[in-house]
Design a binder for this molecule. Sequence first.
Ligand SMILES: CC(C)(COP(=O)(O)OP(=O)(O)OC[C@H]1O[C@@H](n2cnc3c(N)ncnc32)[C@H](O)[C@@H]1OP(=O)(O)O)[C@@H](O)C(=O)NCCC(=O)NCCS
Length: 179
Amino acid sequence: MKPYPLQYIAESVLATGARVVVRPIRPDDEAMMVHFHEGLSDRSVYQRYFHMMTLARRTAHERLTRVCFVDYDREFALVAEGRDEESGASAILGVARLQRVGDGEAAEFALVVADRYQGIGVGGALMRQLIGIARQEGISRLRADILSDNGAMRRLCARAGIPVRPTTDPLVVEADLVL
Ligand SMILES: CC(C)(COP(=O)(O)OP(=O)(O)OC[C@H]1O[C@@H](n2cnc3c(N)ncnc32)[C@H](O)[C@@H]1OP(=O)(O)O)[C@@H](O)C(=O)NCCC(=O)NCCS
């Protein structure tokens, strides 16, 4: 198993002027991940997972240990760490995942930003880092399924230069970037 990929830690400035550090997730992020999930609306959960998942299930210890303990040979999970607006404490504002599929040349990606931090550039910062990592890791194709009515994600893809096209399912579009 590969060691923690220190080379993929990067800082970004958000539209608010606040700073976030985008970095690979760590096993000790579990407590912050619980707090992160508390900040997701049902709508964001549905847009990310395509079905509802209760907070209890999303924050179950067995699940979060798996989520936070990543085999960096096959996948990458990134968090955007910033400051909680109210408490000033460190907080996870967004999470992104890149998972190799098939022979490992292609990867699927997905991301989700806590509702109160959406629309200020957290998703953009995660997306930039995901694409950079995919290139460095020799991934030749990046794809994701997106709900057709997910305007924020479609705009994010457009800004990141990721083509989005229809699928046979009118409710789903596909982001597909050849690197
Ligand atoms: C999609 C998502 C990841 C985007 O992250 P974000 O941090 O809000 O994105 P950014 O702030 O970097 O901005 C992305 C663009 O979407 C716009 N945007 C953000 N939130 C929006 C919203 N709720 N409605 C409409 N537009 C929105 C931003 O203005 C920006 O567009 P612009 O800069 O061209 O004007 C985030 O909204 C989210 O977590 N949604 C729920 C989960 C989800 O849909 N995941 C995608 C599954 S693959």
